[in-house]
Design a protein around this ligand. Structure first.
Ligand code: AMP
Ligand code: MG
Length: 343
């Protein structure tokens, strides 16, 4: 009798195990779905999210979470919003240590590292000079030498003092203004990618205004994620670039510039002078994280062709594709950039 009970129990368990195995195989073989959000306004530009997920429900959760993540970073790091954490910091941190959130502190620390790496070409304390540029964008009138001199005195990454222990920030000069426009989008892309990975995506791509990162499985039948590099002087694709678990960012003067007396002035400024960077019209950086690609593309725009290429060549995992104002038809590349190009 006992033996029979045991036999029944055994067949039941065996049956259950078999069912579980069958179900698992079936779900593994189900083709993943690809979902694209379309473009939506985020951080003063347009963002899109593409997700490859086991099913529609997961894909939609991923997209929703990615946009929530971006909105959260924007709320903290947007210098144009007087209520943002960043604006509050600029207002209150002169001469005293102000506490900031872990995300903001992480970006401030990274910014200072990119400042050191680029010899000051990348500098988030550029805010007072950016304010003058924005005035010129509105009025078409160039800032006076006195205005520029006054702004320059309030710029300099070494004047932003970060206390790693207390996670506080102090600004050494009155009137300093922090601007994360050259790095926060990349940081938000990295966080959004992390968020969709955690929500169960098999692959994904996040793009905020040309700051792009992708991971995992691309939409079938492609083997890689493909990104089009825009021709800065026409609405055409100049090159197609393949990426796998990598990031790309493009800085350029072709989307945002101010105009004065018929001349174009890039929104990327040389912090040392307050002048617009004008040697390169398009700077694309490939790097492991979107934050790195974002910061380096801004830095190289300021550094120019020679110093910029030297910087990127000195970094193990970064590549650059540059176009100069002099020769807009020529694409200048670092040594291993060709590995990423399709045509
Ligand atoms: P991006 O489009 O990433 O190159 O960033 C450009 C934005 O970064 C500008 O619109 C400014 O808000 C800010 N910015 C301008 N010049 C610099 C600079 N030299 N270093 C860091 N940020 C900058
Ligand atoms: Mg940038």
């Amino acid at each position: 009798m006992r033996k029979r009970k045991f036999e029944i129990l055994f067949s039941l368990l065996f049956g259950l195990a078999l069912l579980a195995a069958l179900w698992q195989t079936a779900s593994r073989n189900r083709t993943p779905v690809t979902e694209n959000s379309g473009f939506h306004p985020v951080m003063g530009t347009l963002a899109q999210v593409t997700v490859v997920a086991p099913d529609q429900r997961i894909a939609q959760i991923c997209i929703k979470t990615a946009f929530e993540t971006m909105a959260q970073i924007n709320q903290s790091m947007n210098d144009r919003d007087p209520k943002s954490e960043l604006s509050e910091l600029s207002r209150t941190a002169f001469g005293k240590e102000a506490p900031v959130s872990p995300d903001l502190f992480a970006v401030l620390c990274a910014s200072q590292e990119y400042s050191r790496l680029s010899g000051g070409a990348f500098d988030i304390t550029v805010g007072p000079e950016v304010a003058l540029w924005r005035q010129m964008e509105k009025t078409g009138i160039r800032p006076t030498p006195e205005q520029l001199e006054d702004a320059r005195a309030k710029v300099g990454y070494e004047k932003m003092i970060l206390n790693l222990q207390s996670q506080t920030v102090q600004l050494a000069k009155e009137g300093m203004k922090l601007d994360l426009g050259g790095i926060a989008k990349g940081y938000a892309v990295d966080l959004a990618i992390e968020a969709i990975r955690q929500k169960g995506a098999l692959g994904g791509m996040v793009d905020i205004g040309g700051n792009i990162r992708c991971f995992g499985r691309p939409p079938a039948p492609a083997k890689d994620w493909i990104i089009g590099l825009q021709n800065p002087r026409a609405e055409t694709v100049l090159k197609r670039i393949k990426l796998n678990d990598f990031s790309i960012a493009t800085s350029g003067d072709y989307r945002r510039y101010a105009e004065s007396e018929g001349k174009k002035y890039s929104h990327i400024l040389n912090p040392a002078t307050g002048d617009s960077a004008n040697e390169l019209i398009s700077v694309t950086i490939l790097a492991p994280t979107a934050m790195e690609a974002d910061a380096l593309s801004t830095a190289v725009s300021v550094m120019g062709k020679q110093r910029g290429l030297a910087l990127i060549d000195s970094l193990d995992e970064a590549e650059a594709l540059l176009i100069t104002a002099d020769r807009p038809d020529e694409l200048i590349q670092t040594s291993r950039a060709a590995d990423f190009l399709i045509d």
